[in-house]
Ligand binder design. Structure first.
Ligand code: C2E
Ligand code: CA
Ligand code: CA
Length: 567
């Protein structure tokens, strides 16, 4: 190559380097800059010349915004220098450019001059903000701004030391419906806000308390590390605070309260059962007195033997293949893609439907979830195979429990099934809830195996778990399903509408498709079309149906597709 050629190619490479949509930079093994492209200059507010000229050179760690990012970066570099490419998210806070969240991928190159690190960075600030907003809105009550049930439950589950005592108080404002009816929703909302403040201020006098808002007139206080005596003191103080008259406009109201208490480890075996136990205690408090305080005792559950007989019946239903499936269509909203189906398990016990949420949880606890999933999968694939082959539907989605991902031969079973029924792997989708996808229980091994088989993965109940953006990008998923709790009220609840819209934008910016589930009316459907949602599922399109009814819907119902219905 002539000198002229070399110059030409160097110039060409430089132009290519500078025109990239990602920031690219090269670091020496002391983490100082050796090169960077135009975008990186812009992001850190210094020219490449200053960054690389000898007496100005600073390590990149000087730009990192917080101690956690520095530590994470250093650990990753260690791995990179040991030959293992890394991807990490970190926060930069340069003095002459705006703060940003970057996702940085790093690899080592060995050249004569020594080891170097080539890094490619992507700006994740907007997605981070969207995710933070979704996280905030899905963990806080919109009216009072207090933590909601999801957050309190997370708080109870996340304690480092499993033996630390904890307690939950659930506070109910009796006859609040009367206030609603007499004064109207707007005034009632203002009163609820005042009640929230009163409970919070009272609880804040005690250490280790977090006040939350469960639903309309129900609040909770989670307490960590208290003895039984002081928990009753807190309950007394809240009870007294709510017995004092409350001034609203020209009115004086005295509301009162009923309070249920549950304590760990004295009364419940697990911290995560505390809220439920306190609600059970509250239920008894309300039954036995107009207002008052009631402590939880396990015998209040009274469900031990009933639970046992349910497990026995479930075992026999599984053994005798008496778990069935209904299927619900998931229809495209934006023109591309066909109708898909979601398989939902059904169990009739003594002629009465047991809610799937209940028997699936029971199957998980009692170790029957693998055979239940196998039964659902076999029926769902067998029933939909012909429809898929004939092009009536494009695929079938099946819900997976975390236990399935821990089953070493789960992928083999799936492979055998799709071969037997003659459908392509790409027509199968597994739905994994957001909570599981983000947790330690997410077994990467099975997930990767399933992906290499060619099946699709979808994150179910999105918005109810705590997503990490980095994890979300790393998971080989193709779709998010926005949880129905946000879709249900999105036309009347601004907070829910924001979550839905932000989730759609977030999914699209990560190249994922979005499904909204739980759509019960045409107006919500039309709004989702406007927001750019890709797929829809809900009672207003079609409820879950057994195969014969579904066939009728497919023949008739597909004629009224939501795209045409909402134009
Ligand atoms: P999911 O996966 O979120 O399933 C969607 C649920 O929403 C279904 O409840 C469906 O009937 C319901 N749904 C659909 N459209 C609407 C609507 O417009 N409004 C409302 N309010 N609900 C709607 P279902 O069948 O009761 O199932 C409940 C949950 O039980 C499922 O939630 C899923 O988590 C679990 N489940 C069901 N079948 C299986 C299964 O085979 N395996 C596993 N692991 N879980 C299952
Ligand atoms: Ca699902
Ligand atoms: Ca769902």
């Amino acid at each position: 190559m002539s000198k002229h050629d070399t110059e030409f190619y160097t110039e060409l490479l430089r132009a290519y380097f500078d025109s990239a949509n990602d920031a690219i930079f090269v670091l020496c093994n002391e983490l100082k800059f050796l090169m960077c492209n135009k975008l990186m200059e812009e992001w850190i507010g210094h020219s490449e010349f200053t960054l690389t000229s000898h007496n100005e050179r600073h390590p990149i760690t000087d730009l990192l915004g917080d101690a956690a990012s520095i530590e994470k970066f250093r650990n990753s570099v260690e791995q990179v220098l040991a030959g293992k490419p890394q991807r990490l998210e970190c926060f930069i806070n340069p003095d002459s450019a705006p703060q940003r969240w970057l996702e940085i991928s790093m690899t080592r190159v060995d050249v004569e001059a020594g080891d170097m690190i080539i890094a490619v960075a992507r700006d994740m600030t907007r997605q981070r903000e969207q995710l933070a907003k979704i996280h905030y809105q899905s963990t806080h009550d919109v009216l009072t701004g207090l933590p909601n049930r999801v957050m309190l439950q997370g708080l109870l589950g996340s304690c480092a030391d499993e033996t630390d005592p904890a307690a939950a108080l659930v506070v109910d404002i009796p006859r609040f419906r009367d206030v609603n009816e007499a004064l109207g929703y707007r005034t009632a909302d203002e009163i609820l806000k005042a009640v929230a403040r009163r409970i919070e201020v009272t609880a804040n006098d005690y250490q280790g308390t977090t006040t939350g808002h469960l639903t309309g007139n129900r609040f909770a206080v989670v307490v960590s590390g208290k003895t039984a005596d002081s928990i009753e003191l807190i309950a007394d103080a809240i009870h007294a605070a709510l017995s004092r008259p409350m001034q609203h406009a020209a009115m004086e109201l005295t509301l009162g309260s009923s309070i249920g208490i549950a304590q760990f480890p004295a009364q419940v075996e697990r911290r995560s059962n505390l809220l439920q136990a306190a609600e059970t205690a509250l239920h008894h408090a309300k039954q036995n007195m107009a207002t008052g305080i009631k402590n939880f005792y396990p015998e209040l559950y009274g469900a031990g033997s009933e639970r046992l007989s349910l497990v026995n019946d479930l075992r026999s239903a599984v053994d005798n293949c008496r778990i069935h499936v209904h299927m619900q269509p998931i229809v495209p909203l934006q023109g591309d893609g066909g109708v898909r189906l979601e398989a939902l398990a059904r169990w009739k016990r003594g002629g009465i439907d047991v809610p799937p949420d209940k028997f699936i949880a029971l199957a998980e606890l009692s170790g029957h979830i693998l055979p239940v999933t196998q039964l659902v999968m076999e029926q769902a694939i067998a029933q939909s195979a012909q429809l898929i082959r004939d092009g009536f539907v494009s695929g079938i989605a099946i819900n997976l429990s975390p236990h399935c991902l821990m089953d070493r031969i789960f992928t083999e079973r799936v492979e055998a099934l799709i071969e037997r029924c003659g459908i392509p792997a790409s027509s199968l989708t597994f739905e994994i809830t957001e909570g599981v996808a983000m947790s330690e229980r997410m077994h990467q091994y099975t997930v990767q195996e399933l992906r290499s088989l060619g099946v699709n993965l979808s994150i179910d109940d999105f918005g109810t778990g705590h997503s990490s953006l980095c994890k979300l990008r790393q998971l080989p998923v193709s779709e998010l399903k926005i949880d129905k709790s946000f879709v249900r009220d999105m036309l009347v609840d601004k907070g829910d509408a924001t979550i839905v819209e932000a989730s759609i934008n977030l999914a699209h910016s990560l190249d994922l498709k979005v499904v909204a589930e739980g759509i019960e009316d045409d107006a919500t459907l039309a709004c989702l079309v406007q927001m750019g949602c890709d797929y829809a599922q809900g009672f207003c399109i079609c409820p879950p149906l057994p195969l014969p009814d579904l066939l009728k819907w497919l023949k008739l119902g597909s004629a009224k597709s939501p795209q045409t219905a909402n134009q």
